[in-house]
Design a protein around this ligand. Structure first.
Ligand code: ADP
Ligand code: MG
Ligand code: MG
Length: 899
């Protein structure tokens, strides 16, 4: 193990060992860019430190001394010298940048002797003393843990005594007094003399950097951002020769991006400060100037900055985020890293860099974070105008996009108000299927319970409506028409803004930005379409959703849920009648009406997707989900009886009885899907006929309609065959009636464990498979989704018992194994069997990559995730490094020749 690397010994590749900052400094040194000399203590040393009771490895300090000597040689400065002292900064740096993990210690090596050297050398005693007092404060804070307040008090007193306003006006005498007071503060707090030996300072600082890796801030940051050990394991320490941006008006410090991270345009973007050290920019003590000013103030340095930006971009082939300092006209680079940018900028820079021949198309697609693209398809809060709006609280971001509206708690009221043109945010503890009409009418939905896959979340995502769920801070008081969060009361009728992308809830109406598919975005989607192999279809239940999906590039519908069609306001009543029907005849009358409605929906959807497959799933949820909940009914009866009213009383009682009849202990595993089709065949008959009639009519109109019929919740081939017989009967009836052949594939979902295990049997009957990975995940884990997300899943994630929620990303080892069994079984019988996935995983980039590798025919995702899916599907193809690809192909060719 080599514990220390001088900047000219490392390179940019090994970020895990050298940390991102260190690797960047090494790479820039190799490029002969002006980096102040320095060295890196590796992340391995950090891990050794923790494994050995917080002791530095033997010989480390000797190595450090050697490297300090090397700096001395390169710079001509001397460690602990009274003439030309070498000062350094000590900076943390893990493989991934973790903002705010630790404060950088500047000016280390300064003491009562070297401060005089610095004063002499800079010819500026005030500057030297100011550096000294800054060092003591930072060192005291980072190493000993002294509160900044203690130092600030001293500073304030000194300013008062000297009768000046700003720190910069303090004279030498005051500064000397401050230095001595500061030292006393540290000594009192730490119970030891302030270290004056530079090596002792350095040793303590190195340990403090290591300690910061397990500081609370860092741990929380890693948890929040899913930074696991294989991404970043320990921090490195960077020791860098100090350069001074605060040596007068020919000195400066600044931070820039090589391109605008907000919109991707190509110009240097950032700020700088004249006569300042880096921390001043961050601390916000002084307002920095826009970088364009530098053209006038420091023209030569600006030229250097420009050249440097170009050179770095050419080298890294990625816009950079740079920190620089100018010391008396000399330009130095202190950091570079790939710039973080928003989706707009990511897309624009990808296309631009291809035009500039900086990267090729494959590289352009590979660098995009597919997940980020969702930002481009929804209204977002205009961050430039967001100041002044108060975030009341935060929930789980369930469906992206921003929406403002008046708070309404009552579902019916929200529906009416929404339909009459008021912008409404529906606020509920949770939502149920019967609330769906309000979803259409509302601008956004906010619930205090539930997780990312709660009813509200799933429905809202399907519609592309902004939604926040699980906002447990929010206490809703339906009776008094108000809710309270964090001591703040929000009354019905108040305007709020919800940001479904971040989970933030704000008071008032915040300005938003409309989504737009730019030409650059279209270009990226075009490139992806050409590269990807796996099909991308949409989960869409309405003609509008189908049209939207097609506009975004979906090639078909992988899941069209028929129950959603019954949820519309004018239909739910009919459906309730159907459920309440006492006799088969009565039921058939209602079914006939429902059939007409379904048929017209199918016609519209099939038209919208003309030329592409549309997979229609027959009714899945249990019937009781369509009835009002028993508690509400009982309340209604109670009220009616209390008011001595008979209006609707009997009917409500009947509904209540029926609801109780239909109630189930575990509806998820209850009377639903194909089971319902077997016990109420008239429902499935009606749906199948509707599909056939819709198709026949479209064929007559010469519309290329391509429906498929899909049966949910199948666990055995016997069930499937049972429904197949009904289908066959209807098919021949219909073909006779319309006097034409009608091709409508009959297939099954694989969402029950047993279905995967017996896929080989199912494939004899099924003409296609589609994995319903939501239910399959529930069944594989025996986690009920709602309970898991609301109760224990967050803790599982926190305690690393699960890396990601299996409801978000396919659990490859478990659910994935079942899928592989299903695929192998199906294709054994029908080698070309079409197999897709229609769970919400179909829109998740890492799951899409898994599906691609597993040989699925297509993924199906909600309309707003189609672009993500298309790009992720292309990335799946690009994932293999191309060199090995070529080699593998060559090998394969050789082999085939031999044969
Ligand atoms: P962060 O990781 O928070 O960005 P850095 O280690 O980059 O922290 O340090 C913050 C700032 O401190 C830098 O941007 C730079 O302005 C200043 N700084 C760090 N090292 C030096 C140095 N050797 N000379 C001058 N300024 C430095
Ligand atoms: Mg930095
Ligand atoms: Mg299902």
């Amino acid at each position: 193990m080599k514990p220390v690397y001088f900047f000219d010994e490392g390179d940019g590749k090994n970020k895990k060992l050298l940390g991102g900052k260190g690797a960047g400094l090494c790479e820039m040194t190799r490029l002969k860019l002006p980096v102040p000399p320095g060295f890196i203590i590796t992340t391995e040393v950090c891990n050794h430190y923790y494994q050995n009771n917080k002791k530095l490895p033997k010989g480390l300090l000797a190595q450090v001394k050697k490297n300090i000597a090397k700096i001395e040689k390169k710079t001509g400065k001397k460690w602990n010298s009274k003439d030309n002292p070498l000062l350094v900064s000590v900076r943390s740096g893990a493989a991934i940048s973790m903002p705010g993990m630790m404060d950088t210690i500047l000016n280390l090596g300064i003491n009562d002797v070297t401060v005089e050297g610095l004063a002499k050398q800079s010819n500026n005693p005030r500057f030297a003393l100011d550096s000294y007092r800054r060092f003591i404060q930072l060192f005291g804070k980072v190493v000993f843990g002294v509160d900044d307040k203690k130092f600030d008090e001293v500073l304030e007193t000194a300013k008062k005594n000297q009768a000046v306003q700003s720190d910069g006006a303090l004279n030498e005498k005051s500064l000397r007094g401050i230095v001595s007071e500061y030292k006393k503060i540290c000594e009192k707090y730490a119970g030891r003399p302030f270290p004056s030996d530079p090596f002792e300072q350095l040793e303590l600082a190195i340990k403090a950097v290591f300690a910061s890796w397990k500081g609370e801030r860092a741990i929380v940051y890693r948890e929040k951002n899913n930074i696991t050990k294989d991404i970043a394991d320990g921090t490195a320490v960077n020791v860098v020769t100090m350069v001074f941006g605060n040596m007068g008006n020919d000195s400066a410090t600044g931070v820039v991006f090589t391109r605008n991270p907000g919109d991707g345009t190509k110009h240097i973007f950032g700020d700088y400060l004249l006569n300042a050290q880096g921390e001043d920019v961050v601390a916000g003590v002084r307002t920095p100037k826009p970088i364009d000013n530098m053209k006038v103030e420091l023209p030569t340095s600006y030229k250097q900055l420009e050249n440097t930006c170009n050179k770095l971009e050419k080298h890294f082939r990625e816009p950079q985020d740079i920190e620089f300092t100018i010391e008396q006209g000399r330009f130095y680079l202190l950091q570079t890293r790939n710039g973080k940018m928003n989706a707009v900028s990511m897309v624009k820079t990808s296309v631009d860099m291809v035009k500039e021949k900086l990267i090729n198309k494959d590289q352009a697609l590979r660098r995009i974070q597919a997940e980020q693209l969702e930002q481009l398809l929804h209204k977002t809060i205009d961050q430039n105008k967001a100041k002044g709006f108060k975030q009341v609280t935060k929930g789980i971001a369930a469906s992206p996009g921003a929406a403002s509206g008046v708070v309404v708690f009552d579902v019916k009221k929200a529906t009416t108000m929404g339909e009459n043109g008021t912008k409404v945010i529906l606020v509920r503890e949770e939502t149920k299927p019967e609330d769906v009409p309000a979803f259409f009418a509302a601008a956004g939905i906010l619930t205090s319970r539930g997780g990312k896959t709660s009813h509200a979340a799933v429905v809202a995502r399907g519609m592309g409506k902004p939604c926040i769920v699980g906002c447990s801070d929010l206490k809703i008081d339906y009776d008094n028409g108000k809710c309270v969060a964090d001591g703040q009361t929000i009354n019905e009728g108040d305007t709020i803004t919800i940001d479904g992308s971040s989970g933030g809830i704000f008071l008032g109406e915040m300005p938003t930005i409309q989504p737009q598919i730019t030409d650059d975005f279209k270009t990226i989607l075009d490139w992806s379409q050409k590269i990807k192999k796996i099909g991308v279809r949409a989960n869409a239940d309405t003609p509008d959703a189908a049209k939207l999906a097609r506009k975004y590039g979906a090639q078909g519908i992988g899941l069209c849920r028929t129950e959603r069609m019954f949820n519309a306001k004018d239909r739910i009543g009919l459906f309730v009648d159907m459920i309440m029907a006492k006799t088969l005849d009565e039921r058939n009358v209602v079914l006939e009406k429902l059939k007409q409605l379904q048929k017209s929906d199918f016609i519209e959807i099939l038209k919208a997707m003309e030329g592409y497959t549309v997979t229609i799933r027959l009714l899945d949820p249990p019937l009781h989900e369509f009835l009002p909940n028993p508690e509400e009914l009982a309340n209604k009866i109670y009220k009616l009886e209390k008011e001595n009213s008979t209006v609707g009383l009997e009917q409500t009682k009947t509904i209540l009885n029926r609801a109780r009849d239909l109630a189930e202990i575990n509806p998820m595993m209850g009377h639903r899907g194909v089971r319902l089709g077997i016990t109420y065949p008239e429902i499935y008959r009606m749906q199948i006929i509707a599909v056939f009639e819709a198709t026949a009519e479209l064929v007559k109109q010469k519309v290329d309609a391509r429906p498929q019929i899909m049966i949910p919740q199948v666990s055995s081939v016997a069930e499937l065959n049972h429904i197949k017989r009904i289908y066959d009967e209807i098919k021949s009836e219909m073909e006779q009636k319309y006097k034409q052949k009608l091709k409508i594939d009959f297939g099954t979902m694989l969402e029950v464990v047993r279905a995967c295990l017996t896929a080989q049997e199912l494939a004899n009957t099924a003409e296609f498979f589609s994995f319903g990975t939501n239910d399959l995940t529930q069944a594989t884990f025996s986690f009920s989704r709602e309970d898991a997300e609301g109760k224990f899943l967050p803790e599982y994630l926190e305690k690393d018992l699960l890396e990601k929620s299996p409801f978000q990303s396919i659990d490859e080892n478990g659910v994935g194994s079942l899928m592989k069994i299903g695929i192998a079984g199906g294709r054994k019988i029908k080698p070309k069997l079409e197999i897709g996935i229609c769970g919400e995983h179909g829109g998740d980039p890492s799951s899409i990559k898994f599906c691609h590798k597993s040989g699925l025919s297509y993924v199906s995702a909600s309309p707003h995730r189609i672009p993500i899916a298309i790009v992720a599907a292309a990335q799946a193809v690009l994932e293999k490094p191309q060199k090995t690809n070529k080699k593998a192909k060559k090998k394969a060719k050789k082999k085939s020749k031999k044969r």
